[in-house]
Design a protein around this ligand. Sequence first.
Ligand code: PMV
Length: 326
Amino acid sequence: MKIKTSAPGKLMLFGEHAVIHQHPCLVTAVDLRIQVSIEKIETPMIFIETPRLHERGQDYSLSINDLFNDQQLHPQTKFIVASIRKVFSKYNLHHGLRIQTSGPLNSYGLGSSSAVTVATIYALINLFEIVLNKQRLFDLAYSAVLEVQHLGSGFDVASAIYGETLFYTPGQEVEILPLEQLPIVMAYSGAKVSTTRLVEEVEQLRSQFPEIIDPVFKSIGNIATSARYAILQNNWSTAGKLANINQGLLESLGVSTPSLQKPIMAARKSGSFGAKLSGAGGGDCMFAIISQETRSKVEAAIENSGAQVLHFAANVEGVRLEIEHL
Ligand code: PMV
């Protein structure tokens, strides 16, 4: 039996960094899907092929007996192996597997780790006919992500599972926002240092100035709450102003860079409602809130500033089953 699943990438809209401290955030799922296909094999081995390994003429294999050995996880397969570990230990499974992933080689920091984790776990539970609701799927996938990267609010895992646009507060029920449209332009500013490093730098700032940084986090959480309301009302002009304030607070945390600020300023000057960075900062993506009339002007201004406009649809479906062969 072979199962194929896919899960979307994500774009953080409001609330990054503060969400680590239990404040709410808004995230939208983007149509940069990672596919995972898994079949059972008789050999007690796990074989994994990914586009990156394929590009280098490599593949990866692991004996089932070594699955839980605390060896250094391979960088190209760590989220997949952590996912198998979680499912196999929870459900006491030992079967050999052949796994193939596919998706774009460049994921622009749009959440390929959470997408591959969620798609792998969803494929495994279907393959072994385990019934799991979305909350339990989240718990498993989030624990796999934490095993690899040790920190993270789980917003990206929730986005890969539920899709659409979410109001997410760690430890609380996810709210799916019923949106008809999400008028944004997103763009890639270039590579960044790791999310873990940026989160640690912000944490250091907080431990040095807790009485200053905690209120900044609180304000960012309040912005996410106000933006939820504005978006539900289709009030994009208010959402844009909130994006600009959120960007100012992220600058105060030291996570914005010239490669992000240039397209953000270009988007504001060319008639967007507002613009901000998305995610941990230090590079990766920004987005602008636009009207259909200003879209092409804003896109051209962003491109002229040196960033790359990305044409992935937002507010798309979460994890899904693609194919099942008996
Ligand atoms: O850099 P990204 O897109 O993975 O986003 C990180 C967002 C943070 O709030 C900084 C971390 C988190 O897990 O919420």
